[in-house]
Design a protein around this ligand. Sequence first.
Ligand SMILES: [Zn+2]
Ligand SMILES: [Zn+2]
Ligand SMILES: [Zn+2]
Length: 331
Amino acid sequence: MPIGLALIHWDDSIGAILDEIYPDDDEIKKVFNTEKVLFIFTSQTMGDITTERFSALFTDEFHIACYYGGRENNLLLMLILEENETPRFFKPILKEQFYKIIQNLDKAHEIIPQLFNEIVEKASKISEINNCPVSPIIAYKISKVVKFLEKNPSTIFTPQYDYIHGVHYPKLEQIAGNSIKAEDLLKELEKQNIVGKYMVDNLVVCPSCGSSHLKTSKICPICNSSTIIEGNIIEHFKCGHIDFENEFIKNDMICMKCNLKLETEGVDYQRLGHYHYCLKCKKYFKELNEFYQCLDCKANIVKNSLSIKPIYKYYSLLRPINQISRREEFK
Ligand SMILES: [Zn+2]
Ligand SMILES: [Zn+2]
Ligand SMILES: [Zn+2]
């Protein structure tokens, strides 16, 4: 079940401000301090405050789903989730609740508990849907696989990887078709004790939807901007100016700040090594933070919050059909 709901707004002179948070809980408030609220706002808008959007963020401390309203209102509605919850299921209701707040902005404090309860109600419906028994199509596919395994008991379902599917099981797809994800079918086969498994590999995946289609970028450790360039840098001793080596070369080794020529390395200048430069906050960094975006569900993910998905081989637990019939003959 969702844990809480909060409203953040952006003030050009102060930054991100937590307007409302429900429930009024000290533990939650401790997690969402000023620094975290700033990180959430900047990472979810990613420097583009013009576009209204849904997004999600995973860190080792919290999982959240957000709805941002764009430049017009500069408001972000944030739903705090439990670890096992899937943010994208909350996209429609979060957008709906966002507009209810916009229309009653002066009463935000009073209506947030009600809006949160409506989301919780919706979440319980989502979990009911997810726990429903197998669909007729899965039941049909299971019967096909069972027939095949009874005739071919030594079958092993071996994983393969490609760009489109991430991980898939060609042998199983050959038997049962590919209208259902092989992994979903295998999960069901395992639940019904038709196949057993052992781990052979792992895959780094999105903690929200399990996809391995991840976009990786390096971001500034201070302002979270992804406008970063890199190169070797040089420091001019005389004036203290630091810049990329290729900028000095372009300028015939004449310092852009003091106009003196750089003559001898180690005497009037030194190479400081490879650095990154943030175009937004104009600072050099040796190390950057890594940031991921899921190309499937658009969740934003901080490095340590990526999930590791175990990859298995599967084998048949069914007795071959000839053994069963032989035993029956002995009766
Ligand atoms: Zn200089
Ligand atoms: Zn920066
Ligand atoms: Zn995802």
